[in-house]
Design a protein around this ligand. Sequence first.
Ligand SMILES: NC(=O)c1ccc[n+]([C@@H]2O[C@H](COP(=O)([O-])OP(=O)(O)OC[C@H]3O[C@@H](n4cnc5c(N)ncnc54)[C@H](O)[C@@H]3O)[C@@H](O)[C@H]2O)c1
Length: 277
Amino acid sequence: MFGSRNQMTGRVVVITGAGSGMGRELAIQFAREGSPVAITDVDRDGLAATAEMIEGDVLARELDVRDRSAFMAFAVEVDQWTETPIGCLINNAGVTVIQSFSDASPEDDEWVMDVNYTGVVNGCHAFLPIMRRQGSGTIVNTSSVFGLMGYPHQTAYCASKHAVKGFTEALRHELRGTGVRVASVHPGGVRTAIISNARFHEDDAGNREHGDASARFQSVALTSPERAATIIRNGIEKGRARIRVGPDAVLFDLLVRLFPVRYYSILDRVFLRFTRS
Ligand SMILES: NC(=O)c1ccc[n+]([C@@H]2O[C@H](COP(=O)([O-])OP(=O)(O)OC[C@H]3O[C@@H](n4cnc5c(N)ncnc54)[C@H](O)[C@@H]3O)[C@@H](O)[C@H]2O)c1
C-alpha cells in the first residue's frame, strides 16, 4: 500500500496547530495545491492570520486538541463541510517545556503530554471513523527527532514524542488493508515559535533556566518552516510511513541506529560543541 502516490489535490486536509510554524505553512501549501483546508488552533489570533493567508476554501475553528468532545464535534462539522472526501488529518499541534527533570513542575510535564500525545489520540478518535467509512485517508502524527532519541532537559517532550511514534506504528499495523494510511513525522530543528511558546523552569528569583534557548534555537535550527512543510507534504503524497524533516533529523536518526547507547556522547563531542560556541 505504501509507495503508491497519495494525491491530496481536491481532498480536504485537516491540520491542528495551524496558527503558527509548520502547521501554518502546511495549510498554505496544501491550499495552494488545490485542497480545501480545515484548520484549528488554540491561538485564535494566529489561526485568523493563517486563514487570511489561504487562497481557496478554508474552515477555521478554535480548538484545543486536549478537548476530545470538541474534537469529535469538529470532525462532524468537517465531514459535512464539503462533498469532497477527507484526504488527510495532520495532528501537528505541539508544545514543549525546557527544564531539568529534578526542577520540573509536574503540571508543565503533564501539559506537554496532554497536548502532544493525548491531542494526537483525540484527533485519531475523531477522524478515523470517517476515514474507515470512506475506505481512504491518511493520518499524519507529528513526533520529532526527539521521538527517536533522548535529549537532556526535554524529558517530558521526548516521552510524549516517543509515545506518538509507538502509538502511530501500532495503529498503522492495525489498519493494514483498510485503505487508511498512518504516518509519523520526525522533524529536526525547524525555525518556528516552538521555543518562544515553551514553558521554562524559573528559580525563586524569577530567573529562567535556559532563558537564552529561543535565540540559540533560531541560530542552530537548520530548516525553515516552508521547507519543512514541503518535505512533509511530499512525504504524505509519496505515501511514506515515516517522514524525517531536515538533515539533522536524518543524521541523528542514523547516529542512534549505529550507536543506540553512545549516540549522545558522540553528539555532544562532535556536534553540540559547535552549537554552544
Ligand atoms: N520546530 C521544531 O524544531 C520541531 C522539531 C520537532 C518537532 N516539532 C513539532 O512540530 C509541531 C509543530 O510545531 P512548530 O514547530 O510549528 O511550533 P509552533 O509553536 O510554531 O506551532 C505550534 C502550534 O500549536 C498550537 N498549539 C499549542 N497547544 C495547542 C493546543 N492545546 N491545542 C491546539 N493547538 C495548540 C500553538 O498555538 C501553535 O500555533 C509540534 O508538534 C512540535 O512538537 C517541532
